[in-house]
Design a protein around this ligand. Structure first.
Ligand SMILES: C[S@@+](CC[C@H](N)C(=O)[O-])C[C@H]1O[C@@H](n2cnc3c(N)ncnc32)[C@H](O)[C@@H]1O
Length: 220
């Protein structure tokens, strides 16, 4: 394994080794927009859906219960988080978890699929991934034409009081979380270059955002 991959795995494990026990209970109060994203995802029977940076599997477990005839795949850099994900999903047969990096995964070798994903999403993970551009390209490369990539994450909090914004952003940096200011322009640029069609919605006065990016069909 390359040294950079090992250090990305180790960094996430040291952050989540103990946090995984109280992660879901604490995060439900401030990872806003996750349930709204789950509501808006259009999933049909037989679909293959992957979450990149799935953590404890909270989102995928809700989806797997809601859509028993679709299949769900989670990948995460932290083997510790995946231990919790596997424990929490016991009994669900339409969900599986793999230890992998966002910028290196492949639907064939990582999930054993012979066709690309119908949808892929990042929920509060893109803000923790320094190679976020490569990870978005990876997600799009592994998505079928006409499929959708979703991202929910912290936004710029520009419609919230300045003191709140400063406090939140200082606190998030302690957890290696940050809003990449070039992320939204990067998505708009993909739209402009006709890679797909972007829609962005702010959540709770720009506390968070939900992006959906529908990959274009090839031009005939
Ligand atoms: C804040 S948690 C979000 C977990 C889950 N998506 C949720 O909504 O509750 C971010 C997750 O991203 C994972 N992560 C961070 N960098 C990653 C990378 N480069 N590749 C894959 N997963 C990564 C972390 O291990 C962690 O489990």
């Amino acid at each position: 394994m390359a040294e950079t991959a090992r250090s990305a795995f180790d960094a996430m494990d040291s952050m989540y080794r103990y946090q995984r026990y109280f992660y879901d209970a604490t995060r439900k109060y401030y990872l806003l927009g996750r349930d709204r994203l789950i509501e808006q995802m259009a999933i049909t029977p037989g679909d293959d859906i992957a979450e990149i940076g799935c953590g404890t599997g909270r989102n995928l477990i809700l989806l797997a219960q809601k859509y028993p005839h679709a299949r769900f795949y989670g990948l995460d850099a932290s083997a510790e988080m995946l231990r919790t994900a596997r424990e929490n999903s016991t009994g669900l047969t339409n969900i599986s978890f793999e230890h992998a990096l966002a910028d290196e995964f492949d639907h064939r070798s990582t999930f054993g699929l012979d066709k690309p994903l119908d949808a892929v999403f990042f929920s509060y993970s893109i803000s923790m991934i320094p190679p976020w551009r490569e990870s978005i390209h990876r997600a799009l490369d592994n998505l079928k034409p006409g499929g959708t990539m979703y991202i929910v994450d912290f936004y710029d909090q520009k419609d919230l009081p300045a003191w709140f914004r400063t406090l939140l952003q200082t606190w998030l940096r302690k957890f290696h979380v940050q809003f990449w200011s070039e992320l939204i322009p990067f998505l708009f640029d993909l739209d402009r270059r006709s890679v797909g069609v972007l829609e962005i919605n702010a959540v709770a006065r720009r506390y968070a955002f939900i992006a959906s990016f529908k990959k274009n069909l090839p031009i005939k």
